[in-house]
Design a binder for this molecule. Structure first.
Ligand code: C5P
Length: 396
């Protein structure tokens, strides 16, 4: 419920992508938003108001002179106290009208009379998008501080391929969630490690740690939502990179070490969430080991570099955050680890609380002591951790 308590006006204008807005509305409502839909006359040619009414649980308005508004001020009443107006799809015609401050229908009047931010998700044919007139309008709208979500490039309803497709409903809904997250890490560069490492024994076998990568990915997403530029160095996991995050895939601890050390000096914050294997195989075989060759093989192990400790030791290095997954004595072990690695903040969790699942229980340990967070989903905890990091690192 990431949009709990948020009041959103969803404007729908005339384009074939209007059918995607029904799904978008459902996603916004599912996240807890209170959504008032307003459509242009043209939009009702593509999808009926009844669809949006059923999904929002509220009457849908199209007409400026709607008799349901006793004071004839639908444009003011409907967007009063709105936290955001989102127009999806935003047609070329609609953008042209609002770029020029026109108020010739209800939705355009609401946009002109608003005192909240406005986001547009353009949708139109490729040639309409590329037309200099549209590009001029887009530049003007951006200049007016209006947010633009997309458009994407790809197959179009008209049979052509190119820029102008509306973003998918999930992408628009994600962008709306992002929009509301306070930008406590604006302008910061954040490097994060996540997932396990895999240490090869031979080409098909290896040693690894159990780690789903979910906590690290949730932190990458939260840092991005908070305005940071995020690079995620990830061991092998079955997760998609969060939107807007630069993901670098690695396999072994040595790969991860190289990828991190190459970038660490250029970032402001380093968060080591990966479950790095402590040892790698010294005598890894180039070919698959055969069972019938010379009895039980012996695997020799050699210690891996401690990536976090190395970054923490850099002169002028980033603010470092570590993780301590323990099965007991959380506070004592976590604080000892924090001091040993010489880092300002370590996040402790008991393995039995969070492994592989959606929820977790975290305790933050810094110089001032311990700060237990209320058990919650990994995304909620990630946001709290990001806020704590923002507090400790101070303003930009
Ligand atoms: O030393 P230990 O593995 O218990 O510490 C855990 C913390 O150190 C985690 O933040 C983990 O990502 C990081 N770490 C690392 N490189 C290693 C081992 C752990 O960055 N080789």
């Amino acid at each position: 419920m990431e949009l709990n308590g948020k009041r959103i006006v969803l404007g729908v204008t005339g384009g074939i992508a209007a059918y995607k807005s029904a799904e978008l509305l459902r996603l916004l409502v599912r996240q807890g938003a209170d959504v008032q839909v307003a459509m242009t006359e043209a939009a009702t040619r593509f999808v009926t108001a009844t669809t949006f009414q059923a999904l929002s649980g509220k009457p849908v308005y199209v007409d400026q002179w709607d008799a349901r508004m006793p004071n004839a001020m639908a444009h003011i009443d409907l967007s009063r106290q709105a936290d955001l107006i989102l127009v999806a799809p935003a047609s070329a015609d609609f953008m042209a009208r609002i770029a020029n401050g026109m108020a010739d229908d209800l939705l355009a009047t609401m946009v002109l009379a608003r005192d909240c931010p406005l986001l547009l998700a353009p949708a139109m044919n490729r040639q309409m998008w590329e037309n200099p007139a549209t590009q001029r309008n887009v530049a003007r709208l951006l200049d007016d501080g209006i947010g633009m979500l997309g458009p994407a490039s790809g197959a179009q309803a008209c049979g052509e391929t190119g820029p102008g497709r509306m973003l998918e409903p999930e992408e628009v809904a994600d962008a709306v969630v992002d929009f509301f997250v306070p930008k406590v890490l604006a302008g910061r560069r954040v490097l994060i490690t996540a997932g396990p490492t895999f240490e090869a024994i031979d080409p098909v076998r290896g040693i690894t740690n159990l780690s789903s990568g979910r906590m690290g990915y949730a932190i990458a997403r939260a840092a991005r939502q908070a305005g940071a530029t995020v690079t995620l160095v990830s061991g092998p996991v079955a997760l998609a990179a969060p939107p807007g995050v630069d993901r670098i895939d690695v396999r072994s601890a040595l790969d991860m070490h190289a990828a991190v050390l190459e970038r660490a000096a250029a970032v402001d914050i380093f968060i080591a969430v990966a479950a790095v294997a402590d040892y790698r195989v010294a005598n890894a075989a180039a070919h698959k080991l055969k069972k019938d060759h010379g009895g039980v093989p012996t695997i020799e192990l050699v210690e891996n570099p401690d990536i976090l400790a190395e970054v923490a030791a850099l002169a002028d290095g980033p603010f470092c955050v570590g993780f301590a997954a323990e099965s007991q004595n959380l506070e004592a072990y976590a604080q000892a680890k924090r001091r040993k690695k010489n880092i300002p903040l370590i996040v402790g969790n008991l393995i039995q609380d969070g492994f592989g699942g959606d929820d977790n229980r975290l305790v933050l340990f810094d110089e001032r002591g311990s700060h237990p967070l209320t058990p919650a989903s990994k995304s909620v905890l990630a946001r709290q951790l990001v806020d704590h990091i923002a507090k400790l690192t101070g303003p930009n």
